[in-house]
Write a protein that binds this ligand. Sequence first.
Ligand code: C5P
Length: 400
Amino acid sequence: MLAGKRVLLIVSGGIAAYKALELVRLLRRAGAGVRCVLTAGGAQFVTALSLQALSEEKVHTALFSLTDESEMGHIELSRSADLLVVAPASADILAKMAAGIADDLASTLLLATDKPVLAAPAMNVRMWLHPATQANMASLRARGVAVVGPEEGAMACNEFGPGRLAEPPVILATIGRLLGQAGPLAGRHVLVTSGPTHEPIDPVRYLANRSSGRQGHAIAGALAACGARVTLVCGPVAIADPPGVGVRRVETATEMLVACEAALPADVAVCAAAVADWHVANAADRKLKKRPGAGPPTLDLAPNPDILATLSRPGPSRPRLVVGFAAETEDVRRNAAEKLARKGCDWIVANDVSPASGIMGGEENAVLLITAQGEEAWPRLPKQQVAERLAARIAEALGQ
Ligand code: C5P
């Protein structure tokens, strides 16, 4: 995906510097050449030797090395890359970039370059939220510096909030976009279900649930941003369509299944919809009336088709990767693992939707991703970031 592209990766100080090693590995695997510059702060957390082993190139640290200047001046180093990436970008290096300070190799390269720059900030939440850092970010963005993250979540310093380095696959996807690549999911078709379903009781009443569609819509948008052609089959929602996505609107579970089957073939299916388990078998075609002396109507419930289980069934039109969701109010891990086996999907994204969690209909999500390789508990993140991580994981899985 990045064959022939050259990235100059500046690793500044911070506990997240260890994730730069993973980023180098992903960039190399994507075919990019990577040259690393390690600041004095960065060298407190990772070694030049590790970066050198992974990048297979000499790692630069000092501003004026006689050998470097004779082989390749620092100006040349800053210009020989297609993109400069600062990951992690500490509050200090961002301040230097904003102020135009050039007092070490990294800051000098950033001032001397004529190439696009991507910063992936990582720092303590208070440092990130400090007006000085926010003003620096505003001026860097205004100058055209691209920014990825920081993510929100539990931090190494035991605080919670924005400040975590974006995950390496998310940084990789951003690099791909900045370098005009087609995206890691280019040429793939992904089917996403989202939102609730409405099951009519009569022409004016229905059974529904509290799903807002926010998580499924964010996933559809994040997959499209990775270059996939996305078909979003969604139940009734009050939120905007994600950009760049083909939307099929449905009302009931049965309509959702028909729309999903019509959208096949797909490389991946992500079933994030909160599909009603039952529909009203004796739904009335006229509005039910209260009658004096008569009791309330009795609703006969009949099971709905299980869309996830249907899409997961082995056969020529089964998507290569089928991802289900498990919204649970108790015993999340056990119920989710059981669901993975029962429905025959490949991954389950499980979350706690008990009222105390505030997740159902809210802005954030805390998920447990269960795959054949094991499980990963993700920190509580905005639904957009959960979507970006999931899209990056899907791109990674399909690339293997
Ligand atoms: O069985 P449960 O509803 O808890 O399973 C949740 C998962 O199954 C979600 O991925 C949801 O989209 C999917 N599902 C479905 N069709 C149904 C019920 C659930 O696709 N009828």
